[in-house]
Design a protein. Sequence first.
Lengths: 332, 168
Amino acid sequence: MSLAELICPAGTPAALRTAVDAGADAVYCGFQDATNARNFPGLNFTPDELAASVTYAHGKGAKVLLALNTYPPAGKVDLWRQAADTGARLGVDAFIVADMGVADYIARTHPGVRLHLSVQAAASSPEAIRYYCQNFGVKRVVLPRILTIPEIREIRKEIPCEIETFIFGNHGLMVEGRCSLTNYLTGQSTNMDGVCSPASDVEYKRHEDGSMSSQLAGFTIDCFGADEKAGYPTICKGRYTAPHRPEGYYAFEEPVSLNLSRLLPDLIDAGVHAFKIEGRQRSKSYVRGVVSAFRQAVDDIRAGREANIADLVALTEGQKQTQGAFETKKWR
Amino acid sequence: MSARPDTLPRASGPGMSTLARLSCLMVQPILTRVVRRIAKRHPSLFARLGPHQGTDFVIDAVELPFALHLRPDPQALLFRAVPRDATPEAGATIRGKFMLLLELVDSEEDGDAAFFSRDLEVTGDTEAVVRLRNALDDVDGSIAEETAEMFGPPGRAILARLRRAYPT
Ligand code: SF4
């Protein structure tokens, strides 16, 4: 049976302790630089903070996974190598990687540390996943959020590693590791600089009629009416006008969060080994609420009880939730 | 959830300006003590603020008769109450109901969720606000409780009264 490990986000040491105390089996986090895909201002860990956090987590039986899940631009790979060396020295339990060069370096230099393949690698076929397992010794793949549960079940039968899937949080998936929309507007790349919609390029404007527009690098990407819920200022969730849609429409994705709480038993049955909660950029309050809710749910399922899932809609983007492709390919 | 911050009744009307100025004078010594104490107990806050230690934040708790002006410069900390008609030019403004802002400081509420629901409004330099949020979120425990403790039983009583008077 799948262990249904809970993999929880931590943007700061205090959030890491909160996640561990709320029942995380493992916590994932990153350094304060471009080596991870949540390179946000004021977020993440210094090496000293990571050292103390590893001690805290291990003391309570939780693992620490270090996200090195961005793609080094040519000539800049040293930053990723140093981050891997530091992580290994501090005793992290696994690296989450996307780039083959980074995977190769870790496999050769730190063969004792587990490698997990990030969702950013967008490996969605058994062939691609097996390639990473065979060449870099990858032990777990975080699947892109584009697969149905029957597809996951089939993939599980054909790969030699564990499967991790997202179960809650931000739902921007076009396609993981290959989206260049933010780069197009801001000159900064999610995949190489680690930040989509950098805060320094975001501006909110309040209007007389109570509406609020969000802008990225000077481009208006949405305008929320006075009574509308708001979403993140990411281009994939922007609402645009076009000659054939003068009223404005969500061209790619809607502001909505993934919530698979109702599908947990099916995912476990399909052989998913670990459940990931998105949200390193969120607060301790979010971490506490979401981790405790899923801890309770997973414990209920393991004990053969019906899972009693707390209502998490207040924490979702736009206060809307979806089961996305996990339920049906027709989610958009 | 509640109405948007800009639709909430504001403390305004004849005599408000005098009241605002008097209130500012009364709370100022407390604010100065509070911010110094927090800075001393949580020095790591400043590293997360990075280049925004010198930014002027205006914190607008809509029901209060005044706004708050914070400049989190460790060399010259500034936290003062200012009448709304005399707020400085803000690098960033954070607006919401008093208790929501207090709960955000204490991580009892999630800032993104409050933003999605439109209970929290942010204008100006978004990076400055994100840094401040992340810096405060890395503080263990409750800054509100810590502040109340500084003033002993009267402090705790005032906090309890504020919580009743300004529900979220
Ligand atoms: S624009 Fe959307 S899909 Fe692209 S990187 Fe940003 S959040 Fe991800």
